[in-house]
Write a new protein. Structure first.
Length: 183
């Protein structure tokens, strides 16, 4: 599904357009994900994992656009994608239909400006409207900024996957499992 378009104004006055990415945005999504994977170790992929497949991204975005429940919340400055948030059903089995998974990335130069919280509010409201009862995510244990924002938005930590990520320098990071359970 596609969300209703909205605007967000950065502290410096620049206007951000918030809308759903669709198959027509596949190249922008590809470039955004490749850029964010190179900016910090907080993403699941490393640049050395190879480029994202444009065909696969196009297919996924088309599927999400046609879904009754899955959606994207994407942030654009002009034509440039600077933030990407997806909410998807965990599994299409009856026992899982109440649960969604959330993944999010924002270009580093746009963090700390309230954009993530704005996108998250839109996503949580839409998830509730779509009939999800809880939204789950995983976050690096050393990503304090993201963990703080998630807690501020109602997520609670309920578990940890030890050594979930092995970095190029040989060190490990735990994954903190979080959920926002709607009451």
């Amino acid at each position: 599904m596609r969300i209703e378009e909205r605007k967000y104004i950065l502290p410096d006055g620049r206007e951000i357009t918030i809308r759903s990415a669709g198959p027509e945005d596949a190249m922008k999504v590809k470039l955004h994900r490749e850029a964010t994977s190179a900016e910090t170790h907080f993403m699941a992929r490393e640049p050395e994992d190879g480029q994202f497949s444009l065909e696969k991204i196009t297919e996924i975005l088309g599927s999400i656009a046609e879904s009754d429940r899955d959606f994207m919340v994407s942030a654009y400055i002009g034509d440039e994608l600077i933030g990407d948030l997806g909410v998807t059903l965990i599994r299409p089995h009856i026992k899982y239909l109440h649960r969604a998974y959330l993944g999010m990335s924002i270009r580093q130069k746009y963090t700390g400006m309230g954009l993530g919280s704005f996108m998250m509010k839109i996503a949580l409201d839409q998830a509730k409207a779509n009939g999800f009862e809880q939204v789950e995510l995983g976050v690096y244990s050393d990503n304090d900024r993201a963990r703080h924002m998630y807690k501020k938005m109602g997520f609670q930590e309920y578990g940890m996957n030890p050594r979930a990520f092995k970095l190029k320098d040989g060190t490990y990071r735990d994954e903190i499992i979080m959920a926002n359970i709607f009451e």
